[in-house]
Design a protein around this ligand. Structure first.
Ligand code: MEV
Length: 437
């Protein structure tokens, strides 16, 4: 059936929506049954869960695993990761264990200032705006006191307010930059409320919103920035070069170290490699953010903007060899919360935070960055030694065997047969068909 425009879809009940969508599919009975099958059983939890979003007709499951032994500043964490890509959890765990036995990851720097902006055009004389700025600033900050009250009680609040001239980029354009501390919450709602209050404050200060021809100014928009350049965490880990022998896959340690070093330099200089290098970091980062109910899209947007901060897109992590000691490091812009939002609403996000010992937002930043760096180190190690396909093939084979509903005996025979061989769906199916008992 051809899809048609439907009016009032959101008004349908959950069941009606599911039926409407299912009947458009070739096998509507199967589609409807599977959509239903993946719903949460408990009716109360199911309702909470489905109401997190809109037009929900099912829930989309993602494997939830643990990367054990992530050591950050001497503390051991067994870190929940929600990710569908095979090898990521295994690689992060392997790398974490190596670093755990060598002191783990150390947080070198952490800052949690978040930024938001009100963009506006000033059509009148700029001198007039600049002349009134100090009074306007006091007026806006005074108004913000009532909005920021509860955040101040939690130990955060407004840290600063600046007027920035953007007329060199777009005619008449200025922006107000607000700096805030949202403590253990991600704080998006708080920041946006503050910014919208400031936009309203501009209207009060300049006397309403006259007709266009008389306008002195125009508010364009008020929104937080996902380029969290002042909310960053830097971590490092070091080991003696000779200790790399245990993970060099038989390669002599000088060649291995040299290739590792080169891999990081290539990511620093070549954007084509840097994007893949950073994807390997974000494999770990996003998985922990997902598992803890944090917004991984923010982390992605921030990471890639930060990776281009000097005008060229570069790898976010680095490697240094000094006096026969190898150090790896990573600086990530990372806005996370451990209270409020989805972290409170999603039952598994709550459990993840409990598994992590209910960390503060700063502690979680260190953990997330450590998993990112561990994932990255594991990827680079594979790339400069065996290549990544070796590890992937084992898991790829397991996924294919699951799809083909292989029995335990068939699995064992197939795993032996494909050891060291190229795995494909067709080849595995062919092998299973030829080996039917
Ligand atoms: C695959 O998900 C991630 C890697 O491509 C990362 C990298 O190349 O560094 C293996």
């Amino acid at each position: 059936m051809k899809n048609m425009i439907i009016k009032g879809f959101s008004k349908l009940s959950e069941e009606e929506k599911r039926n409407f969508i299912s009947i458009q599919c070739k096998n509507s009975v199967r589609t409807s049954a599977q959509l239903k099958h993946f719903l949460v059983d408990d009716p109360v939890e199911r309702k909470h869960f489905l109401e997190l979003s809109e037009n929900t007709i099912s829930s989309f499951h993602t494997p939830y695993g643990i990367a054990p032994n992530i050591v950050v500043d001497g503390k051991i964490y067994h870190v929940p990761m929600a990710i569908e890509e095979s090898s990521v959890v295994a690689a992060a765990s392997h790398s974490a264990r190596f670093w755990a036995e060598r002191g783990g990851f150390r947080v070198k720097q952490i800052s949690t200032i978040k930024l938001g902006h009100v963009y506006f055009r000033w059509f009148s004389d700029p001198v007039e705006l600049l002349g009134q700025w100090e009074i306007l600033k006091r007026f806006l900050l005074e108004r913000l006191k009532k909005v920021a009250d509860s955040m101040v009680l939690r130990g955060g609040g407004i840290l600063g307010l600046e007027l920035q001239d953007r007329t060199d980029t777009i005619q008449y354009l200025y922006k107000l930059e607000l700096e805030v501390d949202t403590v253990n919450s991600m704080g998006a709602n708080f920041i946006n409320t503050c910014l919208e209050d400031m936009a309203e404050g501009l209207d009060f200060f300049f006397g309403g919103d006259p007709h266009m021809e008389e306008k002195k100014y125009q508010v364009v928009m008020a929104i937080l920035s996902n380029y969290t350049s002042k909310c960053t965490v830097s971590i490092e880990a070091s080991c003696k070069v000779e200790e790399l022998k245990s993970i060099s896959e038989g390669m002599d340690v000088e060649t291995f170290t040299d290739k590792m070093d080169l891999a990081y330099k290539i990511a620093h200089t070549d954007p084509y490699r840097a994007a893949t290098h950073n994807k390997g970091i974000m494999n770990g980062v996003d998985a922990v953010l997902m598992a803890t109910g944090n917004d991984y899209r923010v982390a992605e947007a921030a990471a890639h903007a930060f990776a281009s901060r000097d005008g060229q897109y570069r790898g976010l992590s680095w490697c240094m060899i000094n006096d026969l000691v190898l150090t790896i490091g990573l600086t990530l812009p990372l806005a996370v919360g451990t209270v409020g939002g989805i972290t409170n609403l999603h039952p598994l996000a709550r459990r993840s935070l409990e598994i992590l010992g209910n960390p503060t937002a700063k502690e979680l930043m260190g953990i997330v960055a450590a998993v990112g760096l561990a994932s990255n180190f594991a990827a680079i190690r594979s790339l400069v030694t065996t290549g990544i396909q070796k590890g992937h093939m084992r898991l790829h084979l397991s996924n294919i065997l699951n799809m083909l509903n292989a029995t335990t005996d068939q699995r064992m025979e197939t795993e032996v047969h494909f050891n060291g061989k190229k795995v494909s769906y067709a080849a595995v199916k062919h092998f299973l068909n030829g080996n039917q008992h």
